[in-house]
Every structure is written in structure tokens, then in C-alpha cells.
Design a binder for this molecule. Structure first.
Ligand code: ADP
Ligand code: ZN
Length: 217
């Protein structure tokens, strides 16, 4: 299966891709995680992308595409792949087409008010990247990851002003991709979240059922 998980910042792409990875055994490539790790290491790539990531701006397409290709090269032939955070621009979508044929788009449909609520109370494990929320998806012990005991932190781009910019960029640059994929008739599985306390397990089950219908799971 070649899939992308698609949705606004804070829609839950990281949460769901991790769960789908566990359930389906697919390889996940999460662009944002890759960039954040490079920034933290202060690598050459990290230095190039730091200012974009911190401002919530898009990293230039050439860089993103290069990084994607490198990561795809590291995945065994024939593995299922789930892309989180790619493509985000029409240019990136067109490049992806030259790399592989996409089987399905998993679209996370979450209302704006809920996104803002979530982003501002989101916390992430420094060690394993598991996503928590201090209001809706609390760790068992405050500030500590349930899975690995790692320390939880708040992303530097989860502040109110940057959140607004990220949502605007999503509207302007990323939403148009849906029209593009609809025209190309790529199957889209839509997963709708309507309440703060919708349990991820339930939505993952629904996604799984839809993937089975498409013979992808
Ligand atoms: P979000 O929660 O906003 O979906 P991600 O963790 O996916 O965040 O991405 C964080 C940041 O990494 C983005 O704001 C952007 O700066 C950069 N980034 C990630 N993916 C891409 C991409 N496909 N194109 C350009 N920039 C990207
Ligand atoms: Zn952890």
C-alpha cells in the first residue's frame, strides 16, 4: 500500500500514522519529524530548514523532495508506505507521481476550533515522538511518556501566532491538493472527528475497515 495521510496541522496525522504503522506494518515517513530531528542535531540539513520549521513556513520543495527520496531509498522494496506531511504543495504532489502510484489518501477532517484547541495543548515525547494532549489525551504521569518514560515537550511552532500561520498555509497551499486528487480519482478515505474526546482507536478501526474494502489491508 502506498498512502498519504492528509489533514490540517493538529488533525492527528502523527497519532494516526503511528497507530496505522502498528496495525498494518507499513513504513511511515513523517516529514515534520525528520526536519525537527535534523534541526535538533544541527546537521547541514537542519541548519537549512530551521528557520522555516520554527516559523511554521513551508520548507522549499527541492529540499523536501530530496529528503523524501533519501528516506524512500532506505525502505525495503515492496513495503507499504504511509507519508505523513508530504505532499503539501501541488509541486510536491506532481513529483510524487513520478516516484510511485498512490493507492489511497486518508483524509483527517477536523473542525478548525478543535484544531486550535488541540495544537495549543499538544505535547510530544522527546524520545519516541508519541503525541499527547494535556487536555484530551493525557499521559498517565504528567510530563512523562507512557511508552518509554521520555520527557514530553511542546513544539516551538505550537504557539498561537505560528498556529494561525500554519493553518493559513494549509488552506492556501495544501487544500488545493484535494481537488487535484479528486480529479485524478485517487481513492480518499475520510475520517471525521467531531468532538474533543473522539477515541483514536475507534477512528483507526474505521480506517482499517475502509482500507479492507479497497483491498489495501
Ligand atoms: P503539522 O503539525 O503542521 O502538520 P509537521 O510536523 O508535519 O506539522 O511539519 C512541521 C513543519 O515541517 C512544517 O510547518 C514545515 O515547516 C515543515 N514541513 C513538513 N513537511 C513539509 C512539506 N511537505 N513541505 C514543506 N515543509 C514541510
Ligand atoms: Zn516516548
Amino acid at each position: 500500500m502506498k498512502a498519504i495521510i492528509f489533514g490540517a496541522p493538529g488533525a492527528g496525522k502523527g497519532t494516526y500514522s503511528n497507530r496505522l504503522k502498528a496495525k498494518l506494518g507499513v513504513e511511515v515517513i513523517a516529514m515534520g519529524d525528520i526536519f525537527r530531528a535534523q534541526v535538533k542535531e544541527n546537521s547541514e540539513l537542519g541548519k537549512k530548514v530551521k528557520s522555516y520549521v520554527e516559523k511554521g513556513a513551508l520548507v522549499p520543495d527541492e529540499i523536501v523532495v530530496e529528503v523524501l527520496k533519501q528516506h524512500l531509498d532506505g525502505i525495503p522494496q515492496g513495503s507499504g508506505v504511509l507519508l505523513d506531511g508530504f505532499p503539501r504543495t501541488l509541486e510536491q504532489a506532481k513529483t510524487l507521481e513520478t516516484i510511485f502510484q498512490l493507492d489511497v489518501i486518508i483524509l483527517l477532517d477536523v473542525p478548525d476550533w478543535l484544531i486550535i484547541e488541540r495544537l495549543s495543548s499538544r505535547r510530544i515525547c522527546k524520545n519516541c515522538g508519541t503525541v499527547y494532549n494535556i487536555k484530551f489525551l493525557k499521559p498517565k504521569i504528567e510530563g512523562i511518556c507512557d511508552k518509554c518514560n521520555g520527557e514530553l515537550y511542546q513544539r516551538s511552532d505550537d504557539g498561537p501566532d505560528v498556529i494561525k500561520d500554519r493553518l493559513q498555509i494549509y488552506q492556501d497551499q495544501t487544500i488545493p491538493l484535494l481537488i487535484y486528487y479528486r480529479e485524478k480519482k485517487t481513492p480518499i478515505i475520510t475520517s471525521k472527528t467531531t468532538a474533543v474526546d473522539t477515541p483514536p482507536e475507534l477512528l483507526v478501526e474505521q480506517m482499517f475497515e475502509e482500507l479492507k474494502k479497497l483491498k489495501l489491508a
